[in-house]
Write a protein that binds this ligand. Structure first.
Ligand SMILES: Cc1ncc(C[n+]2csc(CCOP(=O)(O)OP(=O)(O)O)c2C)c(N)n1
Ligand SMILES: [Mg+2]
Length: 606
């Protein structure tokens, strides 16, 4: 592996340690570092800036640690490899907590480097000093409280070991349980010294894509937890057996679709499952799960990923007579509603078909066929908003009569002028997205609406479903956008030409408005925030309590009305802005997004 220049020792042990640590992370494949300003973390910050100057990493500077951590999460989601998030001490560290929890519950790797006071300054009311080690509790895979470096070669080696350890735990190499890792770094005065790297030697070393491709080359630590639960099979053979469905929750991936096809089973795949495609897909699964001819007849469910969008799936898995098999290649916590699942496996093998009687064969095919067809009928039945007029009256020359042509044009124009509905919005965003694009859904109503209706399509759709928070959506999406459009990606992906579209509600957007701040010199990717603006949180209108509680109180405490001028907000942060009120405007705006960050506001009825 190409060598990074060895640092000569500076006047600051903090700086020597920071270079050794960050350089090792880079050697092991880390490419994105997110950093927030602060005095205690200055050695890490300046080392990161110098490593960026020589082309070793990409640095992203943010003032708000909450958004910074979600940005790091977005990089990890897109690249599959952890980003570093660097902060100063005090409340800065606590601001990382929401993204840490999301990373914990969704199994996304993330490495936090938080600066702290050395031991002698703790517990004596020093400024900006709190108990940082252990702050994230069980949500981190590893928490190391690293004593302040004092200088010397042994410390560089310790820094190297620390990078290996952090990545082994973050990526799950050590534990099969990827997630966040916290390195709390005590740093003592002098807090930094000026260091300049030799760019000519550093750049080729750093950009060696082999390092990225071989990102797992770090040493596994001595503590190797491996498989902890002996109820979990590493591979479980599955026969064709009883009437089976495959459920794909968030993050399930293509494996779920392949399993459904191999078994000839209906595939109930959520919109951000990574399996929302293929011939077995059942889009209208919620309606069918409640039906006596469908849900009530299920005898076995094979579950991939983390289902969160419906009540019907957990209800099914708790029903008597349903055998549940849960499959997850990584993770320590298993989806298990009602504690009723019978089997857990890292992987399953669908056994080849045994010889079956003609009746059995027919029944298996009918089972699948009826789910798929009924789903299609249900989705189509909800389609009616605009049915394109088809000119059928032909003139003597075999062409449509002039009057029919006019009528066609009139209908088309009327359709384009139709006000946007939620159904239209989710359909249009889904239709506009292609494999080189990325699609991110905020939590709340629109992801559920999309989940109900959008057809199968193999695109990369993401949502933070670990805890389904309405926080950090803009920042996460920025990480995905920048990560997917980064020059020199190892896979030379056409995604470099793609657009990241983000479909989110108005409150979700406003919650993370601070992440619109892209300072001078920061990446400005092709990202389009499509804000469905219904003036507040309309998801709560569907709660049972909405039928009984006083309307004014509900509005005040749940709907929480807002009338923010989104155009002014966009202008203040230097984002492009457009308003789409009709289907025509919406289609145009989605198919030709601006090349720089933009906001598309779509007014929706409450
Ligand atoms: C951090 C966080 N706080 C609160 C919630 C609870 N919550 C769920 S949806 C929602 C309202 C979302 O409103 P909006 O984004 O406008 O979407 P809409 O339902 O109106 O489409 C809230 C507050 C949450 N999920 N996460
Ligand atoms: Mg709303």
């Amino acid at each position: 592996m190409p060598e990074l220049p060895r640092m000569s020792q500076s006047d600051s042990p903090a700086t020597d340690f920071s270079f050794a640590l960050l350089s090792e992370f880079v050697r092991l494949g880390v490419r994105h570092v997110v950093l927030c300003p602060g005095s205690r973390s200055q050695a890490l910050a300046l080392a990161a800036a110098e490593l960026e100057r020589v082309g070793a990493l990409r640095l992203h500077v943010r003032i708000d640690e909450r958004g910074a951590a979600f940005l790091g999460l977005g990089f990890a989601i897109e690249t599959g490899f952890p980003a570093l998030v660097v902060t100063t001490s005090g409340t800065a560290v606590a601001n990382l907590h929401p993204a840490v929890l999301e990373a914990h519950h969704s199994g996304v790797p993330l490495v936090l480097l938080t600066a702290d006071r050395p031991a002698e300054l703790r517990g004596i009311r020093s400024n900006q000093t709190t108990a940082q080690p252990g702050l994230f509790g069980d949500a981190v895979r590893l928490c190391e409280d690293v004593p302040a470096p004092q200088g010397g070669d042994a410390e560089s080696e310790a820094a190297t070991d620390l990078a290996h350890l952090a990545l082994a735990f973050a990526t799950g190499l050590a534990t099969l349980d990827p997630g966040p890792v916290h390195l709390n770094l005590a740093l003592r005065e002098p807090l930094s010294a000026a260091v300049t790297l030799d760019a000519a030697r550093a750049v080729p070393a750093m950009l060696a894509e082999a390092v990225v491709a071989d990102g797992m080359a770090f040493r596994a630590p001595a503590v190797c937890v491996g498989e902890r639960d002996d109820r979990v099979a590493s591979v479980l053979p599955i026969g064709h057996g009883p009437r089976t469905i495959v459920v794909a929750g968030h993050g399930a991936g293509a494996e779920a679709e392949a399993t459904a096809r191999a078994g000839g089973w209906p595939l109930l795949a959520e919109v951000s499952s990574g399996a929302h495609f293929g011939p077995n897909l059942v889009v209208a699964y919620r309606g069918l799960l409640g039906d006596a001819d469908f849900g009530a007849r299920v005898e076995r469910a094979i579950v991939f990923g983390h289902p969160t969008l419906s009540r019907e799936v957990p209800a099914l898995l708790q029903r008597d007579g349903v055998e549940t098999v849960v499959v997850s290649p990584t993770g320590d916590e298993w989806f298990n509603p009602g504690h009723r699942a019978q089997a857990f496996a890292r992987r399953i093998d669908v056994l080849p078909l045994p010889r079956r009687s003609i009746e059995e064969e027919r029944e298996a095919r009918t089972w699948l066929g009826r789910w798929v067809t009924s789903s299609r009928n249900l989705v189509d039945a909800g389609l009616p908003e605009v049915s394109p007029f088809v000119p059928t009256r032909l003139g003597l020359d075999g062409k449509p009569e002039l009057s029919a042509q006019r009528e066609y044009v009139r209908t088309e124009l009327a359709a384009l002028r139709t006000p946007v509905t939620r159904r239209m919005l989710v359909d249009a965003v889904w239709r506009a997205s292609w494999p080189h694009d990325r699609l991110v859904f905020g939590a709340s109503r629109l992801i559920r609406d999309a989940d109900r209706v959008v057809p199968g399509k193999r695109i990369l759709a993401h949502a933070n479903r670990g805890l389904a928070g309405i926080d950090g959506t803009v920042a996460t999406a920025l990480g995905i956008a920048i990560g997917s459009q980064a020059p020199g990606r190892a896979d030379a992906a056409p995604s470099a030409r793609g657009t990241t579209r983000v479909l989110l509600g108005d409150l979700t957007f406003l919650h993370d408005a601070g992440s619109l701040l892209l300072g001078a010199g920061e990446s400005r990717p092709r990202i389009q925030l499509v804000v469905g603006n219904d003036g507040g949180g309309t998801i709560f209108d569907a709660l049972e309590v909405a039928g009984t509680a006083p309307r004014a109180a509900l509005d005040r405490v749940l709907y929480t009305p807002q009338a923010v001028d989104l155009a002014a907000l966009a202008a203040a942060y230097g984002w492009e802005y457009a308003l789409a009120e009709t289907r025509g405007e919406l289609d145009d705006a989605l198919t030709s997004p601006p090349p720089s960050p933009s906001i598309l506001e779509v007014p929706l009825p409450r």
